[in-house]
Design a protein around this ligand. Structure first.
Ligand SMILES: C[S@@+](CC[C@H](N)C(=O)[O-])C[C@H]1O[C@@H](n2cnc3c(N)ncnc32)[C@H](O)[C@@H]1O
Ligand SMILES: [Zn+2]
Length: 406
């Protein structure tokens, strides 16, 4: 098809981009730029964000790893698909993906996704729908219709789709969630977070980790009503979104087991002390045991693991195996996430500690090394390049940093 024939198909300027193993028609984003700092994807008639490539690359790897674990053919649903790029990549890049349902409430998006399925010759396995996500998922909630993998990638919060997604997921199925409403989740709008996610956020230096824990906590409490337990296999976050991959397991015992990993995180803004409190019944210490200041609380939220090291290793293997040239950033990210998956909740940010103590800032690796020399766990975190996870308490962290800088 020539560019002119191609342009005639849509009422808005389009271009073809290549990502992974697919070539897709997307809105020409330059046409919607109003100013240098304006966020363009949301202005286009159909949503497409090139910056989410990393998110989609990782989604492909996670599905490849899941397929390796399952060893069977998979059915996949992306109920908020936009131009279809993500779901089409799953179809084209993950071996064993047999049936794919992509849908968008916007007719123009559904039309573009359909065009893209044809462009990539994937229509035999891909069904495109133009339907509300919850309606679509509800139609697939019956036992033999359910999906092995559902990717919920909306604007803002995925919470409105959680219930229907859980009902449309088969036993052992994998659910991926994106949340872009970081202002509520990171504590800028605490009431909005409590309203949507059922937990209180906190504006700490590790608020991105808390955001993921609040999102998982909400998923666990939603799933438990259906007697479904949740196992988190992978999660990651950048400045503007949180992403969680979790498998769902049928049964009251599985659900009870997940609920046992709900709890609270208590934080002292004066001395950096933090601690976790297990269980949904709030056990809130009022005073910091280290300095006597008032403790602040976040939760209820998930206090279990944020990733499974075995699943991370599978993803790393898949990255190595693929014909695609995944960039060094993904390799680094996967390695960091695997290393921190066994470490305790929350992290310290070296700059923040130095700021408070009025000290010059040592390198993060030196602090990690020193903590290990002193017999503690120490690892970096993907959440923040200046962050450190350790089982040392805040006093030891302060002393270690001070020792390195004096
Ligand atoms: C963030 S975009 C999806 C991006 C896409 N997943 C990707 O990776 O490029 C969210 C999409 O959800 C669609 N949408 C919004 N509300 C919806 C609903 N209730 N049901 C189905 N789709 C909806 C929007 O039209 C938009 O295309
Ligand atoms: Zn304190």
């Amino acid at each position: 098809m020539t560019q002119m024939e191609f342009n005639k198909k849509f009422d808005f300027p389009t271009e073809v981009v290549k990502e992974g193993n697919v070539s897709v028609a997307v809105p020409k984003l330059e046409a919607y730029a109003k100013g240098p700092s304006e966020y363009i994807p949301s202005k286009a008639p159909v949503f497409y964000n090139p910056l989410m490539k990393l998110n989609r690359d990782i989604a492909v790897l996670a599905l490849q790893a899941y397929r390796k674990m399952q060893g069977k053919r998979l059915s996949v649903c992306e109920p908020l698909t936009g131009c279809g790029i993500r779901g089409l990549r799953f179809t084209a890049e993950v071996r064993g993906v047999q049936k794919v349902v992509l849908s968008d409430i916007d007719p123009e998006a559904a039309q573009l996704a359909h065009f893209n399925a044809e462009l990539n010759k994937l229509t035999r396995r891909v069904l495109i729908q133009n339907e509300d996500a919850n309606l679509l998922l509800s139609r697939y909630a019956a036992p033999r219709r359910r999906f092995h993998f559902i990717d919920v990638d909306p604007f803002g919060s995925p919470v409105p789709y959680l219930d229907a997604a859980l009902r449309a997921l088969c036993d052992g199925g994998l659910l991926a969630l994106t949340a872009t409403d970081m202002a509520p989740l990171c504590g800028v709008h605490p009431n909005a977070c409590i309203r949507k996610y059922g937990g209180k956020p906190l504006r700490t230096e590790y608020c991105h980790e808390l955001a993921i824990r609040l999102l998982i906590g909400c998923l666990v409490m939603m799933a438990t009503k259906h007697e479904i337990g949740i196992k988190v296999v992978f999660s990651h976050s950048t400045d503007h979104y949180a992403r969680v991959y979790a498998t769902a397991h049928y049964g009251a015992r599985q659900a009870d087991y997940s609920v046992q990993k709900m709890g609270y995180i208590l934080h002292c803004f004066s001395c950096f002390h933090r601690e976790t409190s297990e269980g949904l019944v709030p056990y809130v210490k009022e005073k910091c045991p280290e300095c006597g200041s008032m403790l602040e609380v976040a939760g209820p939220l998930w206090i279990g693991k944020l990733s499974d090291s075995g699943f991370c290793s599978l993803m790393e293997k898949e990255r190595g195996r693929g014909q695609l040239r995944y960039n060094a950033r993904i390799l680094k990210l996967l390695c960091l996430i695997r290393n921190e998956s066994e470490a305790p909740p929350t992290y310290y940010v070296v700059d923040k500690v130095c700021d408070k103590l009025n000290l010059p800032v040592p390198s993060t690796t030196r602090v990690v090394k020193k903590l290990r020399e002193r017999g503690f766990e120490g690892t970096q975190t993907h959440f923040n390049s200046r962050g450190i996870r350790t089982d040392a308490d805040a006093k030891v962290v302060r002393e270690t940093i001070a020792e390195l800088t004096t």
